[in-house]
Design a protein around this ligand. Structure first.
Ligand code: 1GP
Length: 233
């Protein structure tokens, strides 16, 4: 079975609650060569701001995914290639493991299963909003992360394992350990990628790197460099 992300190296994650830098458009970001755009964020998500970003990207030729952060913001839009639903394996609150999901499956109209997948997050930056919200236990060493990656793949059948350092550049040896633990699943890495070198280094350990803040903070050339690095690695 092939999955959409089998051939991806790079994802651009756009946060509907954040502005773009002056002079940068969603079209510019879609044209960076990134393999997919993920629309999502932790705080301040509404159906309206999600929809605005989805519509701004829809006219450009790049696969578009929504990553809803809670059941109330799932947007039904034909422009979406799909939904990537997070589940946080090291969450302290079960709401972020299965609780939100039990609400997701009964949203009005139901989930479109043919376009819905999950991402098994391992949240690693204790200072990130996502860590606070999910009460994640981020005090994890290589062995812990390797074990989480292994159970996510082999016990829970997760196709995407996502080592998330949102807002800070992660520990490469931990990301490498997660990669080594996986046989078939795809490893996403996100957090603190800010230039060619940081993108290249993490892309040697992860199958797909996710770039977020850079798109909101720097010129589009900086984003383009991370795409090049992901493809070079
Ligand atoms: C956030 O993993 C992504 O969910 C990307 O992180 O914003 O630090 O690039 P940054």
């Amino acid at each position: 079975m092939t999955a959409p992300w089998d051939d991806w190296n790079h994802i651009l994650k756009l946060d509907p609650d954040k502005e773009l830098p002056d002079g940068v458009t969603y079209g510019d970001l879609c044209a960076t060569g990134t393999d997919a755009i993920e629309v999502g964020g932790t705080m301040g998500m509404t159906e309206e701001n999600m929809t605005a970003v989805i519509e701004a990207c829809a006219e450009h030729d790049v696969p578009l995914y929504q990553e809803p952060s809670n059941p109330s913001v799932v947007v039904e839009n034909d422009a979406l290639a799909g939904y990537l639903i997070p589940t946080v394996f090291n969450a302290g609150s079960p709401f972020w493991i299965t609780g939100a999901h039990k609400e997701w499956v009964r949203i009005e109209g139901g989930l479109d299963w043919s376009r819905t997948w999950t991402e098994a997050y391992i949240v690693m930056n204790p200072d990130a909003d996502v860590a606070a919200l999910t009460e994640a236990d981020c005090d994890l060493n290589e062995d812990d992360v390797e074990s989480y990656a292994m159970i996510a793949e082999r016990m829970f059948g997760q196709e995407i394992i996502y080592v998330e350092y949102s807002g800070t550049y992660g520990d490469e040896s931990i990301v490498e350990a997660a990669g080594d633990a996986l046989e078939e699943s795809t490893l996403f890495y996100g957090g603190g990628i800010h230039d060619y070198d940081s993108a290249y280094r993490m892309a040697t350990h992860a199958d797909v790197i996710v770039v977020g803040n850079l798109a909101h903070d720097e010129d589009v050339d900086a984003v383009r460099e991370t795409v090049e690095a992901a493809n070079d690695a």
